[in-house]
Design a protein around this ligand. Structure first.
Ligand SMILES: NC(=O)C1=CN([C@@H]2O[C@H](COP(=O)(O)OP(=O)(O)OC[C@H]3O[C@@H](n4cnc5c(N)ncnc54)[C@H](O)[C@@H]3O)[C@@H](O)[C@H]2O)[C@H](O)CC1
Ligand SMILES: [K+]
Length: 537
């Protein structure tokens, strides 16, 4: 599904109104109906425990987000709820479509209470604590800069109410582009977002403030949504299943690609095995581990479906520069390479990595120590002959961009796009809501995965999976997107069975087959996808 920035959403609204002649007040009407319907659903859930008449508090700002709130207040009053509208603005500032709906609220006799200072909030407290739901219509896509002063107090007041809050379009205070909290933000149980999801709803911390995201069809002409160049793409089973074609009945293993995984060093054979099994489970025809020769015998015992290729090693038991020629020669017979898991930080091994990456005849997925080897001169990624995918976690990304991990996390969206521009390759920024940026493509946002997957070896599995998908013929951005989605889903399925705390990387491998069933065969996994799309801390 397409995901947009607030400015693109404003452009969509503008086209609907100016190019197609859809009156803004019609869009607002549809938006406000959807908000009221979301409140109704909460009422259906809680009504047994509540006294009649049920109360709803609607908090409105002066813009069109507030306008959606006024409209919702009308529908909620028509449904029979006792509604009060709290306006955190001077009523004379309310203009346009919002003013139309404000005037209707006034004429209907719905109480409108201005919020101008802390005294007003104290007076509002009684009604709000008796309400079964609140509506947050203070700020939407029009929010600029930090929320300060009294508006901040209003947001804190909304959060202290103790009842579920429905946010209109975006929880007030969340940046629709980055997901950052701009001073203070409303914690919603549900966010009803208009037309298309905004990026900031899907990135943390915004995602945990948005709660469950409901997409409202507000009557925007489909052609505008089809034509729009969205900045983001939310990965889901529809997107992923398009990347896979059914097997031809006469298929043989040569059709599904050969993967060469260059991994491992003394003490880190497990990383190689995990990457190898991740690749094998993603349907690669043949998987070969290129490993320091001294480890070959051990690995032969550890793996069955995966082959090994012993390569020259340093005295420390890591790959030596002499491995370059044999590795390149083997790569010529393969369709994709994964490089990095457990390679160690040995200087000579880093030399090998740098030379291999520039010379590789087939796409290379680079992770872990592979990235460490490149972090001094990441610009050399642009010199690679074949397409490259890099899979940094925030710390590795920070080293590649010469910034801090905190700065990466503060604006993951910009960081992943910056790396993609600078290095000219597909970039997978790992972490909650993994992002995939690829030249000339929208940034993919992955909703699957859970904190239990932050465990040793999890990234090695992903590297192998992406390489296998690339070897099967998927383009780099498709392989990366499908890899992160299936990896996260396998992790969600594993966590459902074993719990997040005990989860180990091998459990992810053990659930890849189920993730495929769900993504490609449409098998229902009892709401697992629903969980994956919910905001969480
Ligand atoms: N445009 C449409 O056709 C539709 C829009 N919908 C809804 O409208 C909002 C966007 O409305 P907009 O009027 O552009 O902005 P906001 O309501 O979000 O509020 C902006 C309001 O607040 C002031 N402001 C901005 N930043 C700050 C700040 N940091 N502190 C204090 N005040 C601030 C600013 O001056 C504006 O006056 C969108 O989200 C939808 O909810 C409908 O959905 C239908 C169609
Ligand atoms: K809002």
């Amino acid at each position: 599904m397409k995901v947009v920035s607030p400015s693109t959403m404003r452009e969509i609204d503008r086209r609907a109104i100016e190019d197609f002649g859809v009156p803004g007040v019609v869009l607002m009407e549809n938006a406000s109906r959807e908000v009221a319907a979301a409140v109704w659903r909460i009422w259906e859930r809680v009504k047994d425990n509540r006294r009649i008449p049920p109360k709803v508090a609607v908090f409105c700002g002066r813009g069109n987000n507030g306008g959606d709130g006024f409209g919702a207040a009308r529908h909620l009053a028509n449904m029979g709820f006792e509604v009060r509208v709290f306006v955190a603005a001077d009523p004379t500032e309310i203009t346009g479509d919002a003013a139309v709906n404000f005037e209707i609220v006034r004429r209907m006799g719905i109480p409108v209470i201005p919020l101008r200072g802390e005294n007003d909030l104290e007076k509002a407290r009684g009604f709000y604590t008796e309400s079964f739901a609140g509506v947050d219509a203070l700020f939407g896509t029009g929010l600029r800069g930090e929320i300060t002063g009294f508006h901040r107090k209003v947001i804190e007041f909304i959060n202290e109410g103790g009842c579920p809050v429905v946010a209109v379009d975006i929880p007030s205070g969340i940046c629709g582009l980055t997901g950052k909290i701009l001073g203070a933000a409303v914690r919603a149980e549900v966010t009803v977002t208009m037309g298309l999801p905004k990026i900031g709803l899907l990135l943390y911390p915004g995602a945990s403030y948005a709660g469950i995201i409901t997409l409202a069809d507000i009557g925007l002409p489909a052609k505008i949504l089809d034509d729009v160049k969205a900045e983001g793409l939310l990965l889901d089973r529809q997107v992923i299943s398009c990347y896979f074609k059914p097997y031809a009945p006469d298929a043989h293993k040569g059709d599904f690609g050969r993967v060469f995984i260059i991994a491992g060093s003394k003490g880190m054979t497990g990383a190689a095995v995990l990457a190898g099994l991740g690749a094998a489970r993603c349907g690669a025809g043949l998987v070969t581990l290129g490993v320091p020769e001294g480890l070959n015998d051990i690995l032969e015992v550890k793996v069955t479906e995966v082959m090994t290729l012993p390569l020259p090693q340093t005295p420390a038991g890591s790959l030596s520069i002499k491995a370059l020629e044999p590795a390149l020669e083997f790569a010529r017979k393969c369709d994709a390479v994964a490089m990095g898991p457990g390679l160690s930080r040995h200087e000579e091994t880093a030399e090998f990595v740098k030379k291999f990456v520039t010379e590789s005849p087939v796409p290379v997925v680079i992770d872990a120590d592979g990235l460490n080897a490149l972090s001094e001169y990441p610009g050399m990624l642009k010199k690679a002959k074949a397409p490259v995918v890099i899979t940094p976690h925030p710390g590795e990304m920070a080293r590649l961009l010469s910034i801090t991990a905190g700065e990466v996390q503060e604006n993951r969206w910009d960081a992943v796009r910056e790396a993609c521009d600078r290095f000219g390759c597909t970039v997978v920024l790992k972490g909650a809501r993994t992002l995939v940026a690829s030249p000339d493509h929208p940034v993919s946002i992955n909703p699957t995965g859970n904190p239990g997957m932050a465990t040793g070896g999890s990234g090695d599995v992903l590297t192998g999976m992406i390489a296998a998908l690339a070897a099967r013929g998927l383009k780099c951005h498709e392989a990366a997107a499908a890899g992160v989605y299936l990896h996260g889903l396998a992790g969600d399925l594993a966590a459902r069975e074993k719990g997040e705390i005990p989860l180990i990387a091998g459990d992810i491998i053990d659930h890849i087959h189920e993730a495929f069933k769900y993504a490609l065969e449409g098998e229902s996994l009892n709401g697992c996808e629903g969980q994956a799309h919910q905001g969480r801390d």
